[in-house]
Design a protein around this ligand. Sequence first.
Ligand code: CUA
Length: 311
Amino acid sequence: MPPLFPESASTMASRVDALYFFLLAVSGFFSLLIAGLIVYYAVKYRRSPDAIGANIHGGLLLELTWTIVPFLITMVIFVWGASVFFAMSRAPEETLNIYVVGKQWMWKFQHLDGQREINELHVPVGRAVKLIMTSEDVIHDVFVPAFRVKADVLPGRYTSIWFQPTKPGRYHLFCAEYCGTRHSGMIGEVVVMEPTAYQTWLSGGTAEGSLASAGSKLFQDLACNTCHRQDAQGRGPVLEGLFGKTQMLQSGETIVVDEAYVRESILTPGAKITAGFQPIMPAFQGLVTEEQLLELIEYVKSLQAQPQVPR
Ligand code: CUA
């Protein structure tokens, strides 16, 4: 490949490129065909200015051809494009999850083990990585050309993308949504490492402890534990084993407890009240940062796996 093209460093790269080249070939073929025919016919059928052309009606075969052929071509593009799109938007079951917070004008990454990074993201080669992203202010967009992934990062909700790096190296990371004065400086690097080097990097990190443990501490600092108790005697719902479950709401609707729901329930608890509970929880809007929200979410998630030690 000439240097016009970004490196291919994820499992998705070749699939995206193949589709891209197909589109390019189709466009190129028809552009040349049409331009060529225009020139050819202009020369072949040139007449004196006052000549009157033959009056032709119909041409069933021709009309069917120019309807069916483009239809088939667009269906190929549609099915192919959809399959690539689904592969990109559906992360595998097992992913390495990393939280991303965009803000004017930097990228903040939080690993579940507690490492934090700014404008630099370390990931191991060969593992599916899922980025769960939100913004502190305006709309940003994370874009790693070498992985062929790109997704908007929105304030007030979580979006995610996934990729599986195929070779170690350093790859550019861009913000691809105009977000203010220093948008063009909102760049960084994804560092893809061999698994052993990655482990070394991980263990060389901060001693702050995992996100979930930071969340656990925060949960107590904010006195959440006075109402959300394990024994079902609290004034708030039991959080143990809640994440991923389907919850019945006061309104009669049901909701799947995901990151977005936990986030909303912390910031504006009155929005979706769990059936059987009173809307008495104070809103934490403005009181917790995006990073702290992620810690609390990870803490709620961590209440799944193992039976909790009594607090
Ligand atoms: Cu952030 Cu552009």
